[in-house]
Design a protein around this ligand. Structure first.
Ligand code: AMP
Length: 195
């Protein structure tokens, strides 16, 4: 199964992706995680992306499309994957279509976690507080000012991705403000029991 999780930062895509990885035994492909790993390893891509990520803006389409093109070729992604944080622009969505078409593969669904933007900041501050309490590093871009920039980037560039998938008949909407178990159940009702 090839699945896309859509929704603004803090919508709960990562939480749901982690659960779906277990359920379907397919990898979560998070461009945010891959970019953070590249920054940590100080690869050429990481060095290029760091300042942009720290500011909350989007990394260039070329960079993320290149990362995804390589990643979906890995053996563990042959039977499917869950995209989390990609595509974030219509250009990325088109590039993904082209990549899959070349392999004769198709997307099965795009699930949008619909959330109330005004409540996201509180949610992200809770995420930062929980990470800190658990002794985990707090993401630099979860800082309230940077988070605001990330939400603006979502509204400006990524909001257009949902209609793109709606037009393809692949979009399903889920209430992302509901308790996690309810969000999970709503997603499960959309997806097949088995891949
Ligand atoms: P995330 O963990 O998905 O919130 O991503 C963290 C940051 O990585 C974003 O704020 C962007 O700077 C960058 N990023 C992740 N995925 C993408 C993408 N598909 N396109 C552009 N930038 C991205």
């Amino acid at each position: 199964m090839r699945l896309i999780l859509l929704g603004p930062p803090g919508a709960g895509k990562g939480t749901q992706a982690t659960r779906l990885v277990e359920k379907y035994q397919i990898p979560q492909l998070s461009t945010g995680d891959m970019l953070r790993a590249a920054v940590k390893a100080q690869t050429p891509i990481g060095l290029k992306a760091k300042a942009v990520m720290d500011s909350g803006a989007l990394v260039s389409d070329d960079i993320v499309v290149g990362i995804i093109a390589d990643r979906i070729d890995e053996p563990d992604a042959h039977n499917g994957f869950i995209l989390d944080g990609f595509p974030r622009t219509v250009a990325q969505a088109e590039a993904l279509d082209a990549l899959l078409a070349r392999k004769n593969k198709q997307l099965d669904a795009a699930i949008e976690l619909k959330v109330d933007a005004s409540r996201l900041l509180a949610r992200i501050m809770q995420r930062a507080a929980e990470a800190k309490a658990a002794g985990h590093p707090v993401r630099k871009d979860d800082d309230p000012a940077v988070f605001k920039t990330r939400l603006e980037a979502y509204a400006r560039d990524t909001a257009a991705v949902t209609p793109y998938y709606a037009a393809l008949g692949l979009l399903h909407e889920v209430d992302g403000m509901a308790p996690i178990a309810e969000v999970s159940a709503a997603i499960d009702a959309i997806l097949p029991v088995r891949v």
